[in-house]
Design a protein around this ligand. Structure first.
Ligand code: HEC
Length: 130
């Protein structure tokens, strides 16, 4: 049988591992980030409340560097402790270790963002008011 010829051989199957899909990242950003990083924000803040906006901050030398979490400011800020400048979400609302690890994996595996134009809607209260 030549069934193999019909199978989609993408990076996910080639690497043999399970990919961290954007579906796992989206709820983290919706619960802890997009309250501040949406339409209404300070001019020095990146917006990433849609797949388009996320794509615009992704690339070599951008906030999300596909394949290189350690070079991605987007990942770095989530790993900072509250006493360090630039920790995200700001002071006292750090992500859970599991959430930080998911972001790291997602970026390491290429930071795949769906082609579809999706909006990320804030869930619950802003981390600052919790
Ligand atoms: C309570 C509001 C608030 C929340 C929630 C928040 N941020 Fe921010 N973010 C800011 C502000 C204000 C700045 C700009 C000033 C600064 O860098 O501290 C910023 C800046 C950033 C920057 C740019 C840093 C740089 O060095 O250029 C990144 C990346 C970022 N945030 C990612 C995140 C991520 C990821 C989350 C969720 C895990 C998040 N932020 C949640 C307020 C917020």
């Amino acid at each position: 049988m030549v069934l193999n010829g019909c199978l989609p051989i993408g990076p996910s199957t080639a690497s043999g591992g399970t990919r961290t899909s954007f579906n796992k990242i989206r709820p983290i950003l919706e619960s802890s980030c997009v309250h501040c990083h949406g339409a209404i924000r300070l001019p020095n803040m990146p917006s990433f409340n849609s797949t388009r906006a996320l794509a615009s901050i992704t690339g070599p030398d951008k906030l999300i560097v596909p394949g290189a979490p350690e070079k991605s400011r987007f990942y770095q800020v989530t790993t900072l402790s509250d006493d360090q400048v630039g920790a995200m979400p700001p002071t006292g609302h750090a992500l859970k270790p599991r959430e930080i690890e998911l972001i790291r994996q997602w970026i390491e595996e290429g930071a795949k963002i769906p082609q579809e134009d999706l909006t990320l809607t804030p869930r619950g209260q802003s981390p600052r008011s919790r």
